[in-house]
Ligand binder design. Structure first.
Ligand code: SF4
Length: 402
């Protein structure tokens, strides 16, 4: 796989070396067992796969190059480049400005843009409509396009099955940038609809087999389907693709479920297979997180932007068995407790240690695909302080790599 130029501030002296060592010793990625590293009296457990994926490294390389190559020009990002506050903050501090927020709300007037401006498309990609608006302003939309090739693969496959007459069911979060972009692209070829989870798939099934009145469809899926969508005609041939950072097992479950429903109602040719669109990094990170459930870990810290879909899925997986805190950086930790995102309410909460840390024997530290390894290092250092653990990185790594 291609190697990218990552800025110095994201290069890690600890986690990066752990990952590198595992990679050297398992280049074919056959071993998903975690890296278990003794530090002080405790075991520290890191998943086999975590941190920056191909798409994120690609986006970072292009974005930093865009700034370097365009000194004196205005450089804009269509929205957050990736869902990590530290990385986005770095770009902001270099003078990059955001055109939209994560929900797609404009932060500036479109008319302020001109052909001299540089606009970077984030790793999630963007909609055809936004690209067209940029072109109308004379902006070169291709030059600094960081759309991940694995997202483009989903668009390509959607286009192929759309041209064959299949309606595209997108498993994703309707407001997420990537899902909005995928919807826009698939909608070019075929009617499309976004569903969030298995519950919504079950609801959709009732319109596929005709057991619910179609008028109710427009209420149940309001704002999530193509213009002119007619459930009595547009659900006879379907294919399922996903927002690449959703739970891969959930996409597979939805796909299998809807396949059974549509084939029963409309015959064997009514379902298009799209299993080849699942992103390798999401699969690897989620499979590696599953392996962590086999350990006896007492606590897990999952690091990433709280709006990061892939990090959220990792936290969900770990929380099945381990007390899990979804944090953004070491700033969420202090001697008395932790500020974290409650995975059910999606609100910030605080947990006081009350000396609970004294009982921790095994600690998991994991991170999402948009989290720099340097942030993981900082969290490990802070946790070592909190648990009164001396950390000599070189010595620890030398012992572990023996
Ligand atoms: S998670 Fe997958 S699709 Fe998303 S940016 Fe990374 S490699 Fe690309």
């Amino acid at each position: 796989m291609k190697k990218f130029q990552i800025p110095e501030q994201f290069k890690s002296s600890f986690t990066g070396k752990v990952k590198q060592w595992r990679k050297q010793n398992d280049s074919r990625k056959k071993d998903f067992a975690p890296s278990v590293i003794p530090i002080g009296e405790r075991l520290w457990i890191f998943p086999r796969h975590m941190g920056f994926c191909y798409g994120v490294e690609n986006a970072i390389e292009i974005a930093f190059k865009a700034v370097e190559e365009n000194q004196g020009k205005r450089v804009f990002l269509l929205g957050e480049m990736i869902h990590n506050p530290a990385v986005n903050q770095d770009l902001l501090s270099m003078g990059v400005q955001f055109i939209m927020d994560t929900a797609g709300n404009r932060l500036m007037d479109w008319n302020e843009l001109n052909s001299e401006d540089v606009v970077i498309t984030p790793a999630f990609g963007t909609t055809i409509e936004i690209e067209q608006q940029l072109r109308e302003k004379g902006v070169d939309v291709k030059r600094y396009n960081t759309t991940c090739p694995f997202v483009e693969k989903v668009w390509k496959r959607s286009g192929e099955i759309g041209q064959d007459g299949y309606t595209i069911i997108i498993h994703g979060k309707y407001k997420h940038e990537e899902t909005r972009a995928t919807f826009s692209h698939s909608n070019q070829y075929s009617k499309s609809i976004v569903i969030r989870n298995l519950e919504e798939a079950e609801m959709l099934a009732k319109y596929i087999d005709g057991s619910l009145d179609i008028e109710q469809f427009y209420v149940d899926f309001k704002g999530k389907y193509s213009e002119g969508f007619d459930p009595s005609k547009d659900l006879k041939k379907i294919g399922v693709v996903n927002q690449t950072t959703m739970l891969a097992t959930e996409t597979e479950e939805i796909s299998k479920y809807l396949k059974g429903i549509v084939i029963k109602a409309h015959g064997d040719a009514s379902f298009a297979d799209t299993r080849d669109t699942l992103c390798y990094a999401t699969n690897d990170n989620q499979d590696a997180a599953m392996e962590l459930l086999k350990t006896d870990a007492d606590v897990a810290f999952v690091i990433g932007g709280h709006n990061s879909s892939n990090t959220y899925q990792l936290a969900i997986i770990l929380s099945e068995k381990i007390k899990t805190f979804f944090i953004e950086s070491e700033n969420d930790l202090d001697d008395l407790g932790v500020n974290y995102l409650n995975l059910k309410t999606m609100s910030q909460e605080r947990c006081s240690w009350n000396d609970a840390w004294k009982n921790w024997k095994e600690i998991v530290v994991a991170s999402g695909a948009s989290c720099p390894d340097t942030l993981v290092d900082q969290v490990v250092e802070k946790l070592c302080q909190i648990t009164n653990t001396e950390l000599n990185q070189e010595k620890v790594l030398a012992e572990w790599m023996k």
